[in-house]
Design a protein around this ligand. Structure first.
Ligand SMILES: [Zn+2]
Length: 224
């Protein structure tokens, strides 16, 4: 879990007038990138001001369930926009009835009943944050944005088989990269070591690769 679970499902709290909590709360800094947990279509965008969810996005997932993202500071999607899992929804915040910056994530089943998202809390948590935490999702997000720009949302259906194929490829690449990140880091470090050993220009390379490696290692450590 990347972000701390500060509000459990079904919990009673004075701030919600002792109405059971229809979701989970994840504490995160104001302005954290929020990503769609599942693929779906934007069904509702709300702004309750200082009440309830504040700024919120409702996504009808492709499997018929509903995902609700609340207390956002900024919304980056439009009504009826289709989102792939990992696409940017907006930035987290502290809007609505909230005592600190956090993401409220709620879920409804196909029949419209509240369900407990705790089993997927880990996934919800891990998908949020800066792009280097999930390079695969970042690639996908960029790919989708590029696709929207180049062929337009309205033509997407025509190119669907081709887009899906490329997208599957990107998902695979993304997951492989994410899974292998420490291994890739090690491989680069070893390669750098060999390069240093076999070069006649030792000090210059040590400096150059040294800084490079520090960058890679901190990227891996910070990215986890
Ligand atoms: Zn909540």
């Amino acid at each position: 879990m990347k972000f701390q679970l500060t509000g459990k499902y079904g919990e009673l709290a004075e701030i919600r007038n002792n109405v059971p909590h229809h979701g989970i709360d994840l504490a995160m800094p104001q302005g954290t990138d929020l990503h769609s947990v599942m693929s779906g279509t934007v069904e509702q965008i709300v702004d309750y001001g200082t009440k309830n969810l504040g700024k919120g996005v409702f996504v009808r997932n492709d499997d018929g369930t509903l995902s609700i993202y609340g207390h956002l500071s900024q919304i980056k999607v439009k009504m009826h926009e289709h989102l792939y899992a990992g696409e940017t929804i907006g930035l987290s915040g502290n809007t609505g009835n909230s005592t600190g910056p956090h993401l409220h994530y709620g879920m409804k089943d196909v029949a419209g009943h509240w369900v407990d998202p705790t089993p997927i809390a880990e996934k919800v948590s891990n998908m949020q944050g800066d792009w280097w935490h999930h390079p695969g999702q970042f690639l996908l997000d960029k790919w989708n944005q590029l696709g929207d720009k180049v062929i337009g949302k309205e033509n997407e259906i025509m190119f669907h088989p081709l887009l899906d194929m490329l997208r599957d490829g990107l998902i695979w690449l993304g997951h492989t990269l994410t899974d292998l990140m420490p291994e890739i880091g090690c491989a680069i470090t070893i390669a750098a070591g060999i390069a240093i050993m076999f070069t006649g220009n030792f000090p210059k390379y040590v400096t150059r690769w040294g800084f490079g490696m520090m960058g890679v290692i901190s990227w891996i450590i910070l990215g986890k």
